[in-house]
Design a protein around this ligand. Sequence first.
Ligand code: VAH
Length: 318
Amino acid sequence: KILITGGLGQLGRGLASRLRARYGRSSVILTDILKPTAGVVKDGPYRFADILDFKLLQEMIVNERITWMFHFSALLSAVGEQNTALALRVNIEGLHNVMELAKQYDLRLFVPSTIGAFGPTSPRNPTPDLTVQKPSTIYGVSKVHAELMGEYYHRKFGLDFRCLRLPGVISADTAPGGGTTDYAVHIFHEAIRNRAYKCYLREDTRLPMIYIDDCLRAMVEVMECDPRLLKQRVYNLQAISFTPAELAKEIRRHMSNFQITYEPDFRQQIADTWPQVLDDSRARADWGWKHLVDTPDLVELMLQYLSHHYEFNAGRQK
Ligand code: VAH
């Protein structure tokens, strides 16, 4: 049985639906501190769980006989900078709870890391798996901590810790939760609603990105793969990389009157310290990682999904 924390963020519902298709509806328990929508409840088991509450998590792991855990609860880069104290609690104390429980109950544990785990002194294009990691955000610091803790628990206690450094994730049916890469989702909503977008990053800011389907498949693949294939516990994951200007150009191929303007804010300073392209050759060699969705496909998928979505909602309001 599988437990997902932070399940109502950008990744949880999609992952749950993939895992439920493979292992059965009741084999996946989605948890979060939010009130679920009717749709979430209909999809399968959902429970309240605060990752700062060790006993509650412990009880759930025991009672539900959990064997795998995906730990998604975290404050992302932009919101983390606005609330360092809360980021410390959620991203570091929360992780300690999860890691300790995974060790005690012998769980296979997935924790996502991020391009944000690198910093201004890391090589940016390409960024290897093994290099300088001195991030400048609390989010990045907490993710380096998570990577190191996972590797330590693996060495010392044999914890089956698996971790991918994810690019910015682009999804149509769920919203990102306050990161620096969120523009690459917002731009599609604004393109459809207003034919215009004001971007908070400079036009030439190149960042690694990934379409949600590729991202979810990567997480399932790395969790399901034979442990003997994993030569390391933390892998870079690369799919595509683009700048806001390049993305806008691709959108204009479908919508010739789309306008983009630029007004960089504090997120620009964060993006300037992050990789432009990750070197993920080890993930590709060790467990066969391969992305399927390139930028043109992604733009088409996003525009198609969201135009139906907004048309449908407009239709319902009439
Ligand atoms: C953020 N989307 O922008 C997250 C992420 C790829 C970076 O971890 O904070």
